[in-house]
Write a protein that binds this ligand. Structure first.
Ligand SMILES: Cc1cc2nc3c(=O)[nH]c(=O)nc-3n(C[C@H](O)[C@H](O)[C@H](O)COP(=O)(O)OP(=O)(O)OC[C@H]3O[C@@H](n4cnc5c(N)ncnc54)[C@H](O)[C@@H]3O)c2cc1C
Length: 395
């Protein structure tokens, strides 16, 4: 029987199966990964691949399941419930890298690279951010020139999740020969194998949260790639990035919901068991209102995320852009508030156990405020879309 007015029976069944599989097969990799053992992360990815959890948006002929974005959000929430860094590594490979390839790649690019991603054999990454190009991607400086049958890339990228361990990366830069005044129309994407001469990992960051994931600064010096590795068309990089970011934001919003749900579950249980002043602390309104506030924030966030996922599945890009930024702005703030409430409720127990779930969830909060565009940028997009709709109504 359907116990949700929002999910179909099939989605509920998939959610149940995914949850059971993840809870049985992933937790053992989390602590070693958080302590810096990246082989544990690779093993976790291989487990995810066994159940098709690296392939929800990809075609079956490339090892995907073709289930779509709602299913991907179910995976992201359930995986986020277990650990944000495992889910980040998973999502960056299959979605941030995999989505542009799946949608804009040629058949031979997809044949060559997608099965490696959906099987967890290879790890993917996407490279947009640079020293001068954070929120403002039009300020990218990485230069690309064409010489015969090759493109040559010179420049750098920073804060690249999965970047230091990735086997394949989607790299975006300015294609010099395009005669366009608007720099966004010169942005072009390429598929770059990390073993290519001229590719260098310049720095591996020590992250404040999601420490099981890796993130780094990359440099490209006279890196030559064949013309077949052009992603989409010359000058199509900016729209590719914008469509990828819509999906990335919804998938990360779902991860925030999963993280926060776990924090809430832990705080709910603990507050009911912990006795102080002769009573469970759940009897104190300061505590139980924190639980109530957290529960309604998590649930509201889940519904916003589901709405955005449905617009994406329906390919309604106008609605999806607004809904994705609304969902992620809300989820990233909710994640910080709910994980904070959990740490406050567990008090000393949360603070003294660095690798336990509440501390890991709490440290992941600020990360979610930054990836996929900061929460400010999500709000910028929300207001822009709202004023745009006002203008089109007037016209
Ligand atoms: C863990 C992690 C993983 C990441 N993974 C990737 C990745 O895989 N690939 C990739 O390319 N990048 C990645 N990033 C980079 C991320 O997308 C950028 O950090 C983010 O877009 C913000 O850029 P910035 O840090 O340069 O901040 P800035 O753009 O310098 O922003 C600084 C402050 O100014 C505010 N601000 C800037 N412009 C505006 C505006 N117009 N309106 C309102 N406020 C504004 C911001 O909200 C922020 O508060 C990652 C970052 C982190 C931390």
């Amino acid at each position: 029987m359907n116990t949700s007015v929002f999910y179909t029976d099939e989605e509920l069944e998939f959610q149940k199966e995914t949850r059971t599989f993840l809870q049985e097969n992933i937790p053992q990799f989390v602590e070693p990964a958080l302590r810096g053992d990246y082989s544990a992360m690779r093993k976790a990815l291989k487990q995810l691949a066994k159940k098709g959890l690296l392939g929800a948006i990809h075609q079956k002929k490339y090892g995907g399941t073709e289930k779509g974005i709602v299913a991907e959000c179910i995976i992201s929430e359930e995986c986020g419930k277990i650990d944000a860094s495992v889910n980040m590594t998973r999502a960056v490979s299959t979605i941030f890298f995999g989505m542009p390839l799946s949608v804009f790649g040629t058949e031979s690019q997809k044949e060559k690279y997608l099965p490696k991603i959906t099987s967890g054999d290879w790890i993917g990454a996407i490279c947009m951010t640079e020293d001068e190009a954070g929120s403002d991607l039009s300020s990218m400086q990485t230069k690309i020139i064409r010489e015969g049958d090759e493109y040559i890339i010179n420049g750098h990228k920073k804060y690249i999740a999965n970047g230091t361990k990735a086997d394949i990366l989607a790299v975006f830069g300015i294609l010099e020969h395009l005669e366009e005044k608007d720099p966004r129309k010169k942005i072009t994407g390429f598929l770059v194998e990390s073993k290519t001469k001229g590719f260098k990992v310049a720095e591996e960051y020590e992250l404040m949260g999601i420490q099981g994931a890796c993130c780094g600064r990359l440099e490209f010096e006279d890196l030559r790639i064949p013309v077949e590795n052009l992603l989409g068309k010359e000058g199509q990089g900016f729209p590719i990035l914008m469509s990828e970011l819509n999906v990335e934001r919804v998938v990360m919003a779902a991860s925030c919901v999963g993280n926060a749900q776990t924090a809430l579950d832990i705080a709910l249980k603990y507050s009911n068991e912990r006795v102080q002043f002769g009573l469970p602390i759940s009897r104190q309104q300061a505590v139980n209102f924190r639980i109530a506030d957290s529960a309604l924030k998590v649930h509201a966030s889940r519904l916003l995320t589901l709405e955005a996922a449905k617009y994406l599945d329906q390919r309604d890009m106008e609605q999806a852009t607004l809904a994705a930024s609304m969902a992620f702005a809300n989820a990233s703030e909710m994640h910080i508030e709910v994980s904070n409430a959990c740490v406050q409720t567990l008090a000393g127990k949360a603070i003294t156990h660095r690798y336990d779930i509440p501390a890991a969830m709490w440290r992941a909060g600020p990360v979610m405020w930054v990836v996929g565009g900061t929460t400010d940028i999500q709000k910028f997009i929300v207001q822009r879309q709202l004023y745009k709709s006002l203008k089109s109504k007037k016209d």
